[in-house]
Design a protein around this ligand. Structure first.
Ligand SMILES: Cc1ncc(C[n+]2csc(CCOP(=O)(O)OP(=O)(O)O)c2C)c(N)n1
Length: 217
């Protein structure tokens, strides 16, 4: 771990020195599963949700399976690109992408594509624990000195914000669902492991999702 990082009691790596990161510094460290349940509780219109590899989709699975959920297996960095594709293909449906910070780092350029295409029906939630948790909690190269909200804004996504606490997360998500612009909500999370374990059956996951969103196979 580099010297700019601190680790709080719950183990999350703080981005306290992040440039432009006042909001990141002030953001409470929260729990991904608790917030995933709150997020799912706000879904009333068959919104599609793409859960990122590992913990993002484990917690999405544990929060209650829905036919409109797609559980990403295997590849890092594809949650936002997949979500963007669904949002473009189905502009009447809101699409939510839940991604880990390590995975987003692997495909950071996707934010530029979202900013260029400006889908009105797309919300990205970034679970930032500063670590590659599922492979052994190695610190990411961004931990402690990068601010994902500042990065997203700089790439042309002004509706990007750190969630200050659980209530702020609820408010930001409710606003994002009806905002008509792409939104990114970044959340500092603790190091508690994912709660569920997604069935590792890619064909079934794909088939269920395609049926769930009424898409042809
Ligand atoms: C292209 C690629 N590289 C490496 C891996 C191995 N791997 C799987 S999950 C993961 C870490 C994911 O980190 P993050 O997205 O931050 O989620 P977290 O584990 O912290 O919940 C790694 C390195 C992979 N699946 N794909």
């Amino acid at each position: 771990m580099n010297t700019n990082m601190t680790q709080n009691q719950s183990g999350a790596v703080s981005a306290h020195n992040a440039p432009g990161g006042g909001a990141a510094h002030n953001a409470k460290v929260m729990n991904r599963f608790e917030l995933t349940k709150r997020l799912v509780g706000q879904l009333k219109h068959e919104e599609a949700v793409i859960g990122g590899i590992g913990n993002a989709n484990f917690d999405l699975w544990a929060a209650g399976q829905r036919p409109q959920n797609f559980y990403m297996l295997g590849s890092m960095g594809l949650t936002i690109p997949i979500g963007l594709g669904v949002a473009i293909a189905q502009p009447q449906r809101h699409v939510v992408a839940l991604e880990g910070d390590g995975s987003l780092l692997m495909q950071l350029g996707c934010l530029s594509t979202v900013a260029m295409l400006k889908p009105k029906n797309f919300t990205m939630v970034l679970w930032d624990n500063g670590i590659y948790q599922i492979t052994g909690s190695q610190p990411t190269p961004a931990a402690g000195h990068a601010d994902f909200v500042a990065i997203a804004r700089g790439l042309g996504l002004p509706n990007s914000n750190w969630a200050a606490d659980e209530e702020d997360f609820d408010r930001l998500f409710a606003t994002a669902l009806k905002s008509g612009v792409p939104s990114l909500i970044a959340v500092r999370i603790d190091n508690k492991p994912g709660v569920g374990a997604t069935d590792r059956d890619p064909v079934q996951i794909r088939t269920r999702f395609m049926q769930g969103i009424g898409a042809k196979k």
